[in-house]
Design a protein. Structure first.
Length: 132
């Protein structure tokens, strides 16, 4: 696990989620699927997320939309709402992106995503959200 992609993935995770984020991913899966943890760090972050074509804010908007559209991804959505805040999206921008998703993937998925975002905003003392 010391290849270039893995190291780049750890660096990217630290930049967007703070010190220790990569280790948290590794630790969370260490007892069940260390190979999946390595893939998330190496491929997901070291190969895909670290590409220069989109800024982290733009990548997070895409990620929020995709996780909302998939549905059933609330734990991952919670992580990415936090990451979105870390890379500079405001709560109002996140709420607007989730509202926009309702037109494409339906109200139930947009509601579930918005309630997940509300949970994160509450934990980070960012409620009430203003901006619409």
């Amino acid at each position: 696990m010391t290849d270039e992609r893995f190291e780049r993935g750890l660096k990217t995770l630290t930049e967007i989620d703070g010190e220790g984020a990569g280790q948290q991913v590794l630790d969370a899966l260490a007892d069940v699927s260390p190979a999946l943890a390595e893939a998330v760090v190496s491929w997901g972050c070291g190969e895909i997320y670290s590409r220069p074509g989109l800024a982290p804010r733009e990548r997070q908007l895409v990620t929020l939309g995709m996780l909302t559209a998939l549905g059933g991804c609330e734990p991952q959505l919670e992580v990415h709402v936090n990451t979105s805040l870390n890379v500079g999206l405001t709560p109002a921008e996140i709420v607007e992106a989730l509202l926009h998703s309702a037109a494409y993937c339906g109200f139930p998925k947009a509601l579930n995503a918005t309630f997940t975002a509300k949970k994160v905003f509450g934990e980070r003392e960012l409620l009430p959200v203003t901006g619409d």
